[in-house]
Design a protein around this ligand. Structure first.
Ligand code: HEC
Length: 273
């Protein structure tokens, strides 16, 4: 009889479809539970066996916590679970697999809790893991729990965060009438201070742009306010005499470290307008 490849092909297709199946637990977070506490009242006892049997055989509705009712952690709710529980409670059988102290399910399956166990803390949103940890359909920074989390703060912007500092510390020299070093950071006569900085070569050391987005170390403005401009000029082969002094000039020097760090963070964050 000739070999028929069809059953094998079917099997391969079924395995492929199976591997594409994404269980709901990969998409949303999990409630914490104690395995065996099927009715989620905080203790594991005969009442959990009764709850499990009711769900399985008396139409008592869905289990409070299907994960907790999966006493033997085989990924399903069936008669083997209350039997395992009875064995543990009355015949010296093994304890159910973990968790026994408000943990997530260590085993990937499609079970979850409808009602979180009263004894377990409510799940909290982790603001940076791409998962709806607390099950409220809002993921990460979209969740109101993440308001005020630094990971969710908008990136620094030139106009909102940096320009007020520049007006305070720089434009009385870098604006009309002085425009020292030919650098106008004012808003006068239609000048655009942001455009005057981004990807514009420095007059003091033209190997550097005044601001090179995402690269504070290659930004002459950052080198000038952090006092690392001499090193930078030397490294680039610029004449040190032309590199000038740390900014702001003379008696106005220098910005405090937090402000210097803020400029660095703004540039390394992409130097957003
Ligand atoms: C009191 C006047 C004064 C103040 C205030 C001042 N600067 Fe300057 N700035 C100068 C002078 C003069 C030069 C040229 C000589 C030098 O570099 O020492 C200069 C040069 C520069 C350069 C080099 C420009 C280029 O094209 O190479 C940058 C960048 C700069 N300043 C940024 C700033 C920033 C940012 C501030 C505010 C935090 C600031 N300066 C505050 C007077 C000032």
């Amino acid at each position: 009889m000739p070999w028929n490849p069809l059953p094998l092909t079917t099997l391969v297709i079924l395995i492929l479809i199976g591997s594409l199946w994404v269980s709901p637990e990969t998409a949303r977070g999990q409630m914490l539970f104690n395995r065996g506490d099927c009715n989620t009242d905080g203790v594991s006892n005969i009442a959990d066996v009764v709850h499990a049997l009711g769900v399985l055989f008396s139409g008592a509705g869905p289990a409070n916590c299907a994960d907790a009712c999966d006493v033997n952690d085989d990924g399903g709710n069936d008669i083997s679970d209350p039997i395992y529980m009875l064995g543990n409670l009355f015949s010296g059988g093994p304890n159910p697999p973990l968790p026994d102290d408000c943990g997530p399910d260590p085993t990937a399956d499609s079970l979850d809790c409808l009602i979180g166990p009263a004894s377990c803390p409510p799940p909290v949103e982790d603001c940076g893991n791409g998962v709806d940890d607390d099950g409220d359909n809002d993921v990460d920074c979209a969740d109101s729990d993440c308001q005020g989390d630094p990971a969710c703060a908008p990136p620094l912007s030139f106009s909102l965060d940096m320009y007020p500092i520049i007006v305070d510390q720089c434009t009385f020299c870098h604006g009309p009438p002085s425009n020292f070093a030919n650098l106008d950071l004012s808003l006068e006569a239609g000048n655009d201070p942001y455009a005057s900085l981004i990807n514009i070569p420095s007059t003091e050391c033209s190997s550097y742009d005044l601001v090179e987005p995402a690269e504070s170390q290659n930004s002459w403005l950052y080198r000038k306010i952090s006092g690392t401009h001499i090193d930078a000029a030397t490294a680039a082969g610029c004449a040190v005499v032309n590199a000038g002094t740390q900014m702001p000039l003379g008696p106005f020097c220098c910005l405090d470290q937090a402000t210097i760090d803020l400029f660095q963070e703004w540039i390394d964050g992409g130097a957003n307008p």
